[in-house]
Design a protein around this ligand. Structure first.
Ligand code: CP3
Length: 346
């Protein structure tokens, strides 16, 4: 199907566009009252993720209500652990919780690798249905967690300030960690390929906990597996977002991906220099900027657009939008990107 608005995809491929495309990480869910209404009509987050009709509905809400240039499928990075054999719960106001974690070789051996992807039919169905209902309005982004971030949750069992339970394994038993990461990588590649087969136009890899590793460990235990995923996905463009991995920007420039996401701690000019001219950059307004006045949001957004220049850039925040952000402020950010990048179009 021909897309009516393919700015996001053209920009991701490195083509010059009429204006800078814009979307927000975590735009589906989190901030919209319309999302909470759907979620509250069900038993909770997990039922919503598993019901393609509802997942498709909340995926499209930000396209209708905010005017973003791309939709991202409503799901979670934690569906992969579950499909591998480690179910999660989502605890209200606290986040994910795994009743069982991976503690031994025997636990690891029980988990599925590549075949885990067969357990995620509900995600592929949600993608096909979303594509049908979007009817070509904007492209659809598929996603997965980076193997290291998934590993961290599967060992730790929940979020953590330090992830020290997960990180200590890199010192205590690195070969166990490598076997585990390989298994997650195999599941993730099969999962992303199925998402693409179902209709995902681009896939993004979220390495949310990248920033807690020392650089050498980041190369060995995270980037290596992201690199394998990038090499395996040849069907559509790939975006790699590794939060806090400022120390790995040069290496990111060498990945076989089209887009690199920047968080708001990363200086834009310095990132361009380190990552190189070939990659499209995505980001990177501080999510907190959206708590400012309309004037301040406009000033900050314009400064960001100026710093990236209006080529090879996809506008976004530097991480997911915070849950208590006013949707009108989000809309103002989006409108500012659209107007200002157009005005400046070369
Ligand atoms: O735009 C979107 O939000 C699309 C769907 C999406 C969700 N999670 C839905 C969700 C995406 C892309 C994710 C990714 C995700 N999930 C990441 C990587 C991105 C990032 O922010 O770093 C991570 C680390 C997770 C794990 C996770 N899921 C956590 C820590 C939490 C709890 C708090 C929160 O909101 O982040 C979740 C729950 C979750 N995933 C919610 C949503 C909308 C909130 C659940 C609810 O409705 O109560």
């Amino acid at each position: 199907m021909q897309l009516q608005n393919d700015l996001f995809l053209r920009a991701a491929r490195g083509e010059q566009t009429e204006r800078t495309p814009v979307w927000l990480m975590r735009q589906a869910g989190r901030i919209l009252p319309e999302y909470r209404a759907v979620r509250n009509s069900l038993s909770g987050f997990i039922e919503l993720v598993r019901t393609p009709e509802h997942a498709a509905e909340v995926t499209i809400q930000p396209v209708d209500l905010l005017g973003v240039d791309a939709a991202i499928i409503f799901s979670d990075i934690l569906v992969i652990p579950e499909a591998m054999g480690l179910p999660y719960e989502m605890i209200e106001k606290r986040g994910p919780y795994f009743p069982k974690t991976v503690e031994s070789e025997a636990d690891l051996n029980k988990l599925l690798g590549e075949e885990a992807a067969d357990n995620l039919t509900y995600v592929y169905d949600a993608i096909s249905l979303t594509k049908k209902n979007l009817n070509g309005r904007v492209p659809l982004i598929g996603f997965a967690g980076a193997p290291f971030t998934i590993f961290a949750y599967m060992i730790e069992g929940s979020g953590s300030k330090t992830f020290s339970k997960a990180r200590r394994i890199f010192y205590q038993n690195p070969s166990f960690a490598e076997n585990f990461l390989e298994k997650i990588t195999a599941a993730t590649i099969a999962y992303l390929k199925n998402q693409i087969r179902a209709g995902a136009d681009l896939v993004q890899i979220f390495d949310s906990w990248a920033g807690i590793l020392p650089p050498a460990q980041y190369e060995r235990f995270s980037l290596k597996y992201i690199d394998q995923i990038c090499n395996a996905i040849t069907e559509v463009p790939v975006t790699v977002f590794a939060k806090g991995a400022y120390f790995a920007r040069q290496a990111m420039g060498k990945l076989n991906c089209q887009v690199v996401g920047l968080d708001w701690n990363m200086d834009i000019a310095e990132s361009r220099k380190l990552i190189g001219e070939n990659k499209v950059l995505q980001g990177n307004l501080d999510p907190c900027a959206l708590y400012g006045s309309y004037q301040s949001i406009e000033d900050q957004t314009k400064a960001m657009i100026d710093a990236f220049g209006n080529h090879k850039h996809i506008a976004n925040l530097g991480h997911g939008v915070y849950p208590d952000t006013d949707p009108d402020k989000v809309k103002y950010f989006i409108q500012t990107v659209k107007k200002y990048s157009q005005k400046n179009a070369k």
